[in-house]
Ligand binder design. Structure first.
Ligand code: GFB
Length: 311
């Protein structure tokens, strides 16, 4: 078995892999560019040059991601960047003999109006939620590309469908980031400046969150143990309201100020409850990091590294 290459290795999930691997970050090259993506993968898979260190497995985490705000504002970029990155990486992996590739989707790719809970077979049963349709359709195409390559080339490539991921080394941008990093950043500033903490929307929407470290552990398991053509959902199947998320962050950060709900800001999709029984069928004893523990570790990481964070 050759070496593992991880794309997006400086990202939320990519930075959680501690194995001996080839870490590809955007500093190494722009994967939206076909030649650049191909030269990177050609270099590390070249058996003559790399000998026993040649790469034959890829975990593909690189993507343009963001929260509901960023997805609604930059639909063109979320579509173009993700469809180019995925298409280039999966095609170059094929051309250079990569034996196993795991790509990342997200539960936001599922249709907005479908019978809940979400299960793997429902991905293409209708349009995704309008707030992130550009991103969702681009990600759905990775699933299509992988299935097509399995059928034509017999490649054992697959994909994982995590719920909303959070953890250290996230993008803490207040306008375009996901809810948990945005709220931790805003709560920190409100506490330091004795100002109100403003939450987007009503606080009623429900989400399922999974800790980045758990996602990395599960992606490694999928890499070496999961050979089905169908993607697999990575989820705790535990829903929590945004209001309750706010309460846990406020308690963890010891914030004593006012919490304001700004209904002029988007609630996004109301809920996207997923069924993790496929995953649990394989890993019945997998221990997910409890939400309050993950939040505590993420807040500690933020306060230790602020302001040297992605924002
Ligand atoms: O994380 P988030 O932006 O993504 O928002 P989605 C989750 C919920 O948090 C929404 C509420 O209901 C927001 O209204 N929220 C409250 C906030 N305060 C804030 C805040 O300060 N910032 C943000 N960002 N949200 C994304 C998709 O949807 O999920 C992406 O757009 C991706 O493509 C990601 O799939 C996992 O869960 O709404």
């Amino acid at each position: 078995m050759g070496r593992l290459l991880v794309t997006g290795a400086n990202g939320l999930v990519g930075s959680q892999f501690k194995e001996d691997l080839i870490a590809i970050t955007s500093k190494v090259g722009d994967l939206r560019d076909k030649k650049t993506a191909d030269s990177i993968i050609a270099f590390y898979t070249d058996k003559d040059r790399q000998k026993e260190y040649a790469v034959d497995r890829i975990i593909h985490c690189a993507a343009k991601v963001g929260g509901v705000g960023g997805n609604m504002k930059y639909k063109g970029e979320f579509f173009y960047d993700n469809i180019m990155i995925n298409t280039n990486v999966i095609e170059s992996a094929r051309q250079h003999g990569v034996k196993k590739l795991v790509a990342f989707l997200s539960t936001c790719v599922f249709p907005d109006n479908v019978e809940y809970p979400l299960t793997e077979s429902k991905i293409h049963l209708g349009p995704p939620h309008p707030s992130n349709d550009a991103y969702a359709y681009a990600k759905r195409m990775a699933e299509i590309q992988i299935r097509a390559y399995r059928e034509q080339y017999g490649l054992n490539y697959t994909s994982v469908i995590p719920t909303n991921i959070y953890g250290p080394n996230d993008n803490f941008n207040i306008e375009n980031g996901h809810v948990i990093p945005s709220l931790i950043h805003k709560c920190y500033l409100a506490r330091e400046n004795n100002t109100d903490l403003t939450i987007w929307g009503s606080g009623k929407p429900l989400r399922e969150f999974i800790y980045s470290k758990d996602v990395a552990d599960l992606a490694l398991w999928v890499l070496d143990n999961y050979d089905e053509s169908e993607p697999i959902i990575l989820s705790t199947s535990e829903e929590i309201s945004i209001k309750d998320v706010v309460d846990i962050i406020v308690k963890t950060m010891n914030f004593k100020g006012n919490v304001i709900f700004d209904n002029t800001k988007p609630d996004g999709q109301f809920r996207k409850p997923s069924d993790n029984s496929k995953l649990m069928g394989y890993l019945p004893d997998f221990k997910f990091t409890p939400f309050e523990v993950g939040i505590k570790e993420t807040v500690e990481w933020f306060e230790k590294n602020y302001p040297n964070i992605k924002q």
